[in-house]
Every structure is written in C-alpha cells, then in structure tokens.
Design a binder for this molecule. Structure first.
Ligand SMILES: *Cc1c(COP(=O)(O)O)cnc(C)c1O
Length: 379
C-alpha cells in the first residue's frame, strides 16, 4: 500500500516564464553577441536541468558551468550545445572533459600541456578557452604574460583554441574605473595577439554587470548568470533593469499562540515581547537555507503585510511577531517574493544577512521541495 502524506508546506517556487522574460531583456542588451547562459551551482539554486532545458528551448546555444560534474550532468540530460567549464580542471580530469565534449578552461601553461597530452593520447581535439587574469588574482594567466601563453598554446597539438576570456572584479557600478582598466588590459592583449596572427573565434568577458554596464566590453559572447534568474547584481539596480525574479520562497504558519509582554522567544531569548500579542511559528530554518543571521532582522509577508522574524531562527523553525493580528495557522507566508502589494527581494534579505544575493539564491538546501510553474520542463 502506498501511503500518501501531505508534504511540508515550505517551498521554493520557480517561475519558468520569468526566465523567458529575463532572457529577452538580456538579449536586448547583448545585441549581436552570443549568449552563454551560466548554470553553475544548480543554476543559482533554480535547478540545473529545468533552467538548462528552458534556456535551450529558447534558443540559447552555449552554456557555462563551474565544474566538470555540472557539465556531465547536462550532457547526460541530453543538452548538446557547447558547454564551457569555467573553473576547475583538476588532477587528471581531461579524459572526462573529452569524453563528454566539454570546453575546457586553460588557466595556466601547465594545464594546457596536460590537455594537449591527454588529447593526443586519446587521438582527439580538445576545445580550449584561455583564461586571462586582468586583476582578479583568482585563476588565469596574468595579462602581462598572456601573449606568450597564447602563442605557446597555439603551437600545442590537438588543441582547438576556441576562445579567450577574462572576468571582472567589479562592474556593478557606480564606479567602473577598475572594470574599464581590466577591459583596456584585455583589449591590448587581443590587439597584440592579432598582430601576431592569433585570433579567437570567441572573446568574452561580460558577466551580468558588464552586460548591462559596459556595452563596449561585450566582445562577441556574454556570460550572464544572475540576471537570467531575474536578480540584478546590485540592490540599486532593480528598477533600472526590469528583470523578473524567478525564485520565491513560500511557507505557512503552522503554530499560532498568544504571548505575554516580556516573554522571551527562541534559543537564548534574544527577543522579548514588548506587549501582549500574537506569535506564529514557521516550519523552516537555517537547515533549509534561511540564514540564522536574519534572526530579529528579516520580515515575512502574511496577508499582504510585513511582520518581523523574532528570536533566533533555529534549524527547522522560525517565529514571527504578529502584534494584534490574529492570523491563525495555515496562512501563506512569503519569505522571498510578493504577496498583495508587498514584496521582499533577495537583495533585501542579502543585505540583512550581510551577504550578497548570489549566496541567498544558491543557499537553499535539498530539503526544500522545488515547485516549477509556467511553461517548460519540470523535474
Ligand atoms: C559566475 C560567472 C559568471 C556570471 O556572473 P553573473 O554575475 O552571475 O552574471 C560569468 N563568468 C564567470 C567566469 C563566472 O564565474
């Protein structure tokens, strides 16, 4: 016998139609440049495969991920477009990159040699993008050594030099000086290489910030991530970019009670009721990705109205102060998203949690059930 039971009322909702909307905005800005949709970290928490399939259906024909495993998952799900693994190529992974037809990032001469050697051994040609460091100091060959690096790799057997790229330290504005300096350094390198007869089919630098703020730095391919999911890379950009957030987090009041003035709430009693009033308990906590840093800081929406989260958020539960409002149990609670006229953005929570929107988006743990709405593939 199959026992059915009501699933927990906390959900991460993804509006697939919002991805359509955001891609349209991204395309308007990208103009003639190709788009590589960035799908790392489970598509910023939106679900790797639903996001990939949606973007593929909408005609996106290049994808970017961080790690080999993410690329392999896309291939196993039938995604056939080129996929660039932006970050790690560690140890002896080259064979797998070749097996799964994944574009590789050569971030040093040593890695390029590794790629060439393995490709020769397998009698295959590796598709390679050179990573140039123009200031991030993360991975990549320093731009001052970039020309020598590119010339060396160009001579290596079994390597198809598909692209060259760099990454911006800060392009969300308002200060774009550093980004422009990186752009200049990268452009000078490209000029130098052109004079030496080396040109790359794909040249790319722009993340979401640069896509919107540095149109001269689009080259012929842009790499938006965050903006495709409807979140701008800075809280100050919501109005300007007209993106539609795809993710919302919704729960329900599961416990409701009156408390007396002076009663402490939650672990450590970090909050006390200022007067007699009502308190609701929500069935989610930091074990789901609702940061404990939001204790006594975040608001939630119930019946279209804001209420504060009070006391320490625990692993599985959080409390909300309702004052005089007798909302009862079974009421919808929005933690991220809109309800009535009110709206809580990812950036609002990020600021209160002293982090950035990216971390809030990809922090929801597998324990939170995902619900997909709108048209597109659903898991
Ligand atoms: C994550 C990432 C991007 C996308 O950045 P967004 O700010 O999300 O648009 C682009 N390029 C590289 C190398 C990245 O790591």
């Amino acid at each position: 016998m199959v026992t059915t039971f009501r699933k927990r009322p906390t959900h991460l909702r993804i509006d697939l139609n919002a991805l359509t909307h955001n891609l349209r905005i991204v395309r308007e800005h990208a103009k003639d440049s190709q788009i590589m949709a960035i799908l790392k970290a489970d598509a910023y928490g939106h679900g790797l495969l639903p996001a990939a399939k949606k973007f593929a259906d909408l005609g996106v024909n290049y994808f970017g991920v961080a790690f080999l495993e993410e690329g392999v998952e896309l291939r196993r799900a039938g995604i056939e477009a080129p996929i660039l693994v932006l970050g790690g190529l560690v140890g002896n992974q080259v064979k797998h990159f070749l097996d799964y037809h994944l574009d590789m990032t050569a971030s040093s001469l040593y890695k390029a040699e590794q790629i060439s050697r393995e490709a020769q051994r397998m009698n295959r040609t590796a598709r390679v993008h050179l990573k140039i460091d123009t200031g991030m100091n993360r991975i990549g060959v320093r731009v001052s050594n970039g020309a020598g690096f590119a010339l060396d790799v160009a001579r290596m057997p079994n390597i198809d030099l598909v692209g060259i790229f760099t990454h911006f330290v800060r392009a969300q504005g308002p200060d774009l000086e550093l980004a422009n300096r990186q752009f200049e350094l990268f452009s000078e390198l490209l000029n130098e290489l052109r004079k030496k007869g080396i040109e790359f089919p794909l040249v790319h630098a722009a993340n979401s910030s640069a896509l919107f703020n540095l149109p001269h730095a689009h080259f012929n391919l842009v790499r938006p991530g965050l903006s495709l999911y409807g979140v701008p890379p800075g809280a100050h950009l919501y109005g300007k970019w007209k993106l539609k957030p795809a993710m919302s987090i919704v729960s329900e009041t599961v416990y409701f009670k009156g408390i007396r003035k002076g009663s402490g709430v939650g672990y450590m009693h970090t909050w006390e009721a200022p007067r007699d009033g009502w308190l609701a308990t929500l069935p989610l906590g930091y074990g789901d990705g609702y940061p404990r840093m939001l204790s006594n800081r975040a608001d939630v929406l119930i019946r279209g109205k804001r209420y504060p989260v009070v006391g320490n958020i625990s692993m599985d539960q959080a409390m909300v102060w309702l004052g005089d409002d007798e909302v009862g149990v079974g009421e919808e609670v929005v933690l991220i998203g809109s309800q009535g006229e009110e709206n809580i953005t990812v950036w609002e929570l990020a600021k209160k949690a002293e982090t950035i929107a990216y971390e809030i988006l990809c922090g929801w743990t597998p324990r939170v059930p995902r619900i997909y709405e709108g048209s597109g593939w659903k898991p």
